[in-house]
Design a protein around this ligand. Structure first.
Ligand SMILES: [Zn+2]
Length: 240
């Protein structure tokens, strides 16, 4: 039985996510290229889906520019009976020099730096007051059951990214971190959130927006997912 993997391009529709720009030479002039996180995430997610398609059931939470709540993303995961979720994002910081790629796995924890990213990625949840607190407790219980698998999946993906991005694109490896993101926590299944790099860093954004980078990035993520699936779901024993 083939494994079902859900690739979730972050944001979409009314929610642009982070925004950035860089300068590109056009003849003798420089032109400004504006990029939205929702578009970058979709482009990368589609490439990952295409690379995975021959090996497993690979789906996208959205295949075009469309607004999706976290609850709706979770409904998609439920309907498809997805076994894994990989959410694609691009980071942003007020510090223009911030750079590098990160891999988050679903976990409950207490870390100030991680909280900062969570604020950005959780902000469209629309949950306030009591409802948010109750949801938080529920997700904490669910999370505790999937931490080990999420961490193993993250480790497999991050390992592949680390082999390619620092050497080929001089991207800094910011490591693997725990995070409690609603988009992951709601889903009750192993989940990883990727921050491909920083949109707020113009030099980095020009790399992230290139076809070549996105192809290499997607290929590394797909390899990481495949080796996790092979280890977790296709043990040699099941052949007999
Ligand atoms: Zn995002």
């Amino acid at each position: 039985m083939a494994v079902t993997v859900l690739i979730d391009p972050g944001h979409g529709g009314d929610d642009d996510g982070a925004k950035g720009f860089y300068w590109r030479l056009k003849g003798k002039n420089k032109e400004q290229v504006e990029v939205k996180e929702k578009d970058l995430a979709l482009s990368i997610a589609k490439k990952i889906r295409d690379l995975l398609a021959p090996h497993c059931h690979a789906y996208l939470t959205r295949s075009h520019d469309k607004t999706l709540t976290f609850e709706r993303r979770d409904e998609v995961a439920e309907t498809l009976k997805a076994e894994l979720i990989i959410s694609i994002h691009v980071n942003s910081s007020r510090q223009a020099g911030a750079h590098g790629f990160e891999t988050y796995y679903l976990d409950n924890h207490d870390d100030a730096a991680v909280k900062k990213v969570e604020e950005v990625e959780n902000k469209t949840s629309g949950l306030v007051g009591e409802e948010a607190i109750i949801r938080q407790i529920l997700t904490d219980l669910v999370v505790s059951q999937t931490v080990t698998s999420s961490k193993a999946l993250a480790s497999s993906i991050h390992g592949e990214l680390s082999k390619v991005l620092p050497k080929k694109y001089s991207l800094t490896d910011r490591g693997m971190r725990p995070g409690l993101f609603y988009v992951l926590a709601l889903s009750k299944r192993p989940a990883v959130l990727l921050e491909a790099g920083f949109m707020s860093n113009r030099k980095e954004l020009s790399k992230l927006n290139s076809e070549k980078f996105q192809n290499d990035y997607a290929a590394a993520v797909a390899r990481g997912i495949k080796s996790y699936i092979d280890a977790r779901f296709k043990s040699p024993v099941s052949l007999f």
